[in-house]
Design a protein around this ligand. Sequence first.
Ligand code: ATP
Length: 276
Amino acid sequence: MSPSPAPPRDDDASGVPAISTTGLTRTFDTKAGPVEAVRGIDLTVRDGEILGFLGPNGAGKTTTLRMLTTLLPPTGGTATVAGCELATDPGGVRARIGYVAQSGGVDPHISVHEELTTQGRFYRLSKAEARARTEELAAELGLTELLGRKCSALSGGQRRRLDIAMGLTHQPRILFLDEPTTGLDPASRADLWDLVRRLRAERGMTIFLTTHYLDEADALADRLVIVDDGLIVAEGTADALKRAYGGSPDATLQDTFIAITGRGTGARDDDAPLAV
Ligand SMILES: Nc1ncnc2c1ncn2[C@@H]1O[C@H](COP(=O)(O)OP(=O)(O)OP(=O)(O)O)[C@@H](O)[C@H]1O
């Protein structure tokens, strides 16, 4: 993503959705013919909401996420992200969002401090501002003791916290998290969940989360959007979806998801329960 200065924080228009899409579409041209990965998604994400974006393998989650984060141009439809039109103001979108991809892009050979200050400089902070932002973020994300450590020497959970700190450098309003806890042990997953909740509570951030773990979606998200075959097939709170599709008041989100999509999410350890 190209660097852009942090946007002013006082231009929130209350009631304006954080994300709004109409007919968002992406077709890939392949030798075997066109692949309709996303086939017309109408989505609204409220300001300050934690949205869980779920679907089976190949449903179109990553393609949607890549379009909303400006990494992939849509082939149809429109979207507004953080008040900026995706088609006409992708730089404005990039300045207002943070994106934490599945495999973070940290350099294993440099220290956590260097990585964070380099990211600050990328976002055009002065050296002094970048150092100050590094210290603030490290304190907020529990990385202060690790600032001198090489990135290659971090545990999986520490690494994910660094990835998120880097996504927060320019103080975005919306954070996109792509499967943030894949591969983490249960304690590190629980830490990440706490962090996500804190970011919303303390910073009022909007969080767009994809995950294969239904327990994670159930515990964290205010609302779930389930996609399948490039379309939204269900949306609502976890409780509302369980009531509507799960078949009984005690239905699990797993039963509900299977009732909606006809299959599981593809998580390797299919939704091992985790204390919240
Ligand atoms: N660059 C591409 N070229 C051709 N087809 C693609 C491309 N990227 C994605 N697809 C196809 O688009 C569909 C949606 O893919 P996408 O990666 O968005 O799904 P997903 O829901 O993120 O899946 P997963 O949970 O497995 O990551 C799939 O059929 C995929 O094979």
